[in-house]
Ligand binder design. Sequence first.
Ligand SMILES: C[S@@+](CC[C@H](N)C(=O)[O-])C[C@H]1O[C@@H](n2cnc3c(N)ncnc32)[C@H](O)[C@@H]1O
Length: 213
Amino acid sequence: MDKPTSAAQRLEARVLAMAGRHHPFASYYQGKDLVADWVGQRPLVWAALLKPYRGDIKDVLEIGSLEGRSALFWLNHIENCTLVCADTFKKPEVEDRFDRNIRQFGARVRKMKGPSILALGTLVTEQAAFDLIYVDGGHQRDTVMIDMLASWSLLRAGGIMLLDDYGWKPELAPEHTPKQAIDTFLDWHADADIILKSYQVALRKAPATASKA
Ligand SMILES: C[S@@+](CC[C@H](N)C(=O)[O-])C[C@H]1O[C@@H](n2cnc3c(N)ncnc32)[C@H](O)[C@@H]1O
């Protein structure tokens, strides 16, 4: 007879597979080669969060793409958007999966391989601008701070910056998690309207105001 733990694990896997098939966005991932899952059920929250802004989002930047799971959500959910994916892509097998998973979107995607600080510097030099930026790269406090500060400068007025892992591993020293960087960023930025503060944080940059005549 099976050990209860393995039976429970099989049941859990079956329930998750069933839930996945009935996930409203399951089609976004159909036929894709995805091994890791750092996204889970977040697309349900993202869809609700972005609903009022979705039609105005044209350019998306993602820091931390791994094998493309979150990228697939932006590309499928936000019609015709462009997407810049910045990642170190250190593991060739992960980069291969990213390339295969994203290939169908062709010129809508620009891949920038290397540390985010370099990608962000290039984008600043190019005077690029984005309507949605997802920060999910390095998780060290200082890296997150650099990613957020540069991203904020690349975000259009009225744009949204979504930050992952605000609640990640509270047992670690503050310099090893994003939380302190996010809290400090919020202290500094009165122009950031907090539209979500949970495990993830989402900020909307103040919309442009009409200049005085
Ligand atoms: C949690 S994963 C991203 C998950 C991804 N958003 C998804 O949907 O599956 C973090 C990613 O950040 C990348 N990364 C870590 N440090 C980085 C850095 N300094 N610059 C760019 N990418 C980095 C890693 O290579 C990894 O792919």
